[in-house]
Unconditional design. Sequence first.
Length: 88
Amino acid sequence: MRGGFEWLTVVSVSSANVVKETAEAEAKKVKSIATVEGDVIKQEALVTGLRGMCFKFNVTEEDQKLSLFFFNSLKGMEKLRAFVYDTS
C-alpha cells in the first residue's frame, strides 16, 4: 500500500505545481496589463498637459508643438541631461 501513497503524493505535488505555474502566469499577465494601462494614463495626462501648455503660451505652429513634445520626451535621458545642463 505504501506505493499507492507515494504515487498519490507525486500526483498531488505535480497538480500543485501546475496550479502554481498557472497562477504565476496569470499574475504576470495581469501585471503586464496593469503596467500598460498605467502607461497609457500617464501618456494621456502628459499630452493633455503639453497641449495646455501650448495653448497657454500661444504656441500655434505644429513644428513648434512637435519640438516641445520632442524635448519633453528627452528630459528623462540622463546622458542628454548631463550634456544639456553641464555647468563645467
